[in-house]
Design a binder for this molecule. Structure first.
Ligand code: UTP
Length: 221
């Protein structure tokens, strides 16, 4: 299978937690040994958001805030890439990562361009690569009927359609946006009909369960 693994920066830690990175490295290696190819897309996390805040307070534009946050995600991506096999640079374009995926069973990337999030980077890659599955390791157990951090009545969903998910999410881009899945990414995944599973990212082995078709997190189809 062709798998896009999106590791939320909020899951990785700021700076990245060595145990979490190690956990994901083991998962990617296992998937490779099972014959799967994996595109790993890493987010910028709290460090990115802190840079966005100070850039904003300095009066820099949203474009500049995004630009600085992209560097944070690339720094995280490079660390993950090194742990996965000593890659000394990460691609900065969709063509760049597709070229690596044509040669290797694994490639790692961070942000792409201002105005989006790494969810959308992952979704665009999934679309261009004709991926079979995208898995997002998030800071929640899956997708809920509402934001569980603010709504105590929110219920976790085992399965949801892309149409229903778009209704729950709504919203437009703003630097540092924190959404369980970026709505722009959802529209790309819907267009390309790539299946998405959102899991709790602090348990990297959940990725294996998702790939094996076991019930974990929330399945979006
Ligand atoms: P990320 O997408 O790196 O967030 O976006 P994250 O830390 O993984 O988030 P969670 O864990 O899913 O919540 C951080 C910010 O970086 C900018 C945007 O401002 C985004 O909100 N960004 C990131 C871009 O502008 N372009 C990109 O391609 C990626």
């Amino acid at each position: 299978m062709k798998i896009v693994l999106r590791i939320g920066g909020s899951v990785l830690g700021s700076p990245p937690d060595p145990e979490v990175v190690e956990g994901y490295a083991k998962v990617v290696n296992q998937l490779n040994s099972e014959g799967h190819s994996v595109a790993v897309i890493v987010g910028g996390g709290d460090v990115a958001r802190k840079y966005i805040r100070s850039a904003g307070e300095m009066g820099l534009s949203p474009y500049q805030q995004d630009t600085i946050a992209i560097h944070a995600s690339r720094l995280n991506a490079r660390l993950v890439a090194m742990k996965l096999g000593g890659v000394s640079s990460v691609p900065t374009s969709v063509d760049g990562i597709l070229l690596r995926l044509a040669r290797n069973r694994v490639a790692v990337m961070g942000g792409l361009k201002p105005g989006i999030t790494t969810d959308t980077v992952a979704a665009v890659i999934a679309q261009r690569w004709s991926a079979d599955l995208m898995v997002k390791g998030s800071d929640q157990e899956g997708i809920y009927t509402a934001d569980p951090r603010t709504d105590r009545k929110a219920k976790k969903l085992d399965r949801i359609s892309y149409d229903r998910l778009s209704q729950i999410l709504g919203g437009s881009h703003k630097p540092g946006i924190h959404s369980i899945v970026d709505p722009v990414a959802v529209s790309h995944l819907l267009a390309s009909r790539v299946k998405l599973v959102v899991i709790s990212g602090i348990e990297p082995r959940g990725v294996i369960s998702a790939v094996h078709g076991e019930r974990v997190g929330t399945l979006v189809t």
